[in-house]
Structure formats: C-alpha cells, structure tokens
Design a protein around this ligand. Structure first.
Ligand SMILES: Cc1cc2nc3c(=O)[nH]c(=O)nc-3n(C[C@H](O)[C@H](O)[C@H](O)COP(=O)(O)OP(=O)(O)OC[C@H]3O[C@@H](n4cnc5c(N)ncnc54)[C@H](O)[C@@H]3O)c2cc1C
Length: 263
C-alpha cells in the first residue's frame, strides 16, 4: 500500500462532491483494495460509501424492485421480496464468490466495475434494469460498454438499480472454480416485452444473444435453445477454456436455464 486519505461521507451529496473532486469511491473493497495493493490503482483519496444509509436497501416501486447501490450481495440473496419476486436474482447473489465476498461486495460496486466474468451485469442486462446515478437514469442496454467500461462519467456514482419484476427468470452459472467468477453465466428472463438472454464470462463484456432471444421468443423450449448455433469467433479463449468450449457452454447453460424455468 501507499499513502492516501480516507473520507467517510454520510450523504450521497457529500460523496458526489468528493468524487467530483477526484476521490475514488470505495464500496465493498473486494476489487478496489486488491487493485490498490497491486498498485494497479493508486488513488490519492478514497471516499468510503459504507456510512451512507440512503444507498442501502430494497424497496418496491410499482412493478420494479429498486436496490440501493451499497446493498451487499448477502442482503440481496436473503431479502424476502427479492426471493419472492425475482428469485433468479436472489439466487445469483447467493452464489457470488465466497462468504467474505458476499458479506462485503455490493451491487453498485459490481456493476460499476463491470468485470467481464461478473454475475450481476448479466441480470441487469437480461432483466432490462435501469441504473440510477447521481445525475441520470441509464438503461442497461446503454450501460455496459466494454471490458471494465461503462457509461458512467468521471465522478458519477450509481445510487440504485431498478429491476423490473419479470414473469420468471433464472441465472445458470458455470463456475470457474479457482476465481469463483463465471466461466460462463447465462441469465434468461421472460419479461413483458419478450425473452432476454444475457451472457457473462464468455467475451470481453456482458452481452445479449440475439439468436437465442429470437428462438426463445418463437418457442420457449429446450429444443428451441438447442437449435441455435453459437458463433465462437468473438468469444474469449484462455487457459481455462477455448472459445469453442465457451460457445458450447452458452448453449448448454441456456438449455439448462429454460429447463429450470419450465420445470
Ligand atoms: C475472490 C473473489 C471472488 C469473486 N467472485 C465473484 C463472482 O462469482 N461473481 C461476481 O459477480 N463477482 C465476484 N467477485 C466480485 C465481487 O462480488 C464484487 O462485486 C466486486 O469486487 C466489486 O464490488 P465492491 O462492492 O467490492 O466494489 P469496490 O471494490 O469497492 O469498487 C469496485 C469499483 O467500483 C467503483 N464503485 C464502487 N461503488 C460504486 C458506485 N456506487 N458508483 C460508482 N462507482 C462505484 C469503485 O470506485 C471501484 O472502481 C469476486 C471477488 C473476489 C475478490
């Protein structure tokens, strides 16, 4: 580590002011502190969001659940309304990382970080969520822009994410056992405007799969998912899995998701 100052704002307005002045916001610290230890990130000032009560919690607004940015994974996993209304999201949160990561990591930190293998971005995209920030509301389709890159501007903070309640949805994660992130994860949601399928872990950024969506909108069956050929050409290849293996996993995980939703 190296010298830096730490601020503990108690309101979003104070945090926003600090961020506008160049402070790096600290949420659960599960990514940021590790990257500081490795000196991949060297902020001179941290603004710890953990004291800001208005950023924590779940509330229902019309046909959506609005979850505060500083809500920890474990609290999403255990929240009765999330479990009842979007069980796929609660289950996703329950299987992030390990106990420590779930006890400390936050929804806002995960989505702002946009790790290509993170779980939450697939739910945000498949459920057609809206990201609330200190200055605007951003549709999920416009938010995730590339590896570790989002539509957030410098100093702009996520305050909450609004998840429309789907007819049904599920996340199928194929675990990378060493990191516990997704080697490939597929979130399938049946919504009022049709089926949405978002894939994480397979490419440089979470993405929707148009072929799977149109097949499942025509016929919501396992056979329909299986009939879609997955093109491996833009997928990741590394020591853990080839692009062809990941393409096959996208198909298999989608079939499993559909089977689970139909069961
Ligand atoms: C061992 C391990 C295993 C993991 N496994 C998984 C997994 O299986 N699936 C998964 O999805 N994730 C996994 N994670 C990631 C983890 O769940 C956290 O979501 C992630 O580390 C970031 O969240 P955080 O709250 O810790 O954010 P931090 O590390 O505090 O911050 C991350 C980045 O986001 C920025 N930021 C934080 N909050 C906000 C905000 N409200 N507005 C704007 N910017 C913000 C910070 O400035 C920083 O740049 C794992 C992490 C570890 C260490």
């Amino acid at each position: 580590m190296y010298a830096f100052t730490l601020e503990r704002p108690q309101t979003v307005a104070d945090a926003s002011r600090l961020a506008a002045g160049g402070a790096k916001v600290l949420a659960g610290g599960q990514t940021l502190l590790a990257s500081m230890k490795l000196r991949l990130s060297q902020p001179g000032q941290l603004a710890d969001l953990s004291g800001i009560k208005e950023l924590v919690g779940v509330c229902r607004e019309g046909n959506a659940l609005v979850i505060g940015a500083m809500t920890r994974h474990i609290d999403v996993a255990n929240h009765p309304e999330v479990r009842a209304l979007i069980p796929g999201l609660a289950d996703l949160a329950a299987h992030i990382g390990d106990r420590q990561v779930r006890a400390m990591g936050t929804l806002g930190g995960s989505v702002a970080n946009n790790d290509p293998a993170a779980c939450y971005p697939s739910a945000v995209l498949a459920l057609g969520a809206t990201i609330h920030t200190t200055s605007r509301k951003i549709a999920a389709d416009d938010f995730f822009q590339g590896m570790f890159t989002t539509a957030l501007q410098d100093g702009e903070l996520i305050t909450a994410i609004s998840f429309p309640i789907p007819t049904r949805s599920v996340y199928m994660k194929f675990l990378q056992p060493a990191s516990r992130f997704a080697l490939v994860g597929v979130y399938v949601a049946q919504t009022g405007s049709g089926v949405r399928v978002a894939v994480t872990g397979a490419a440089s950024c979470v993405f929707r799969h148009a072929g799977l969506e149109s097949a499942l909108n025509r016929s919501f069956t396992v056979a329909s998912a299986a009939s879609v050929a997955i093109d491996p050409s833009d997928l990741n290849a590394d020591i853990h899995a080839s692009a062809a293996y990941r393409a096959n996993l996208i198909s298999v995980q989608t079939q499993r998701a559909v089977a689970k939703l139909l069961a």
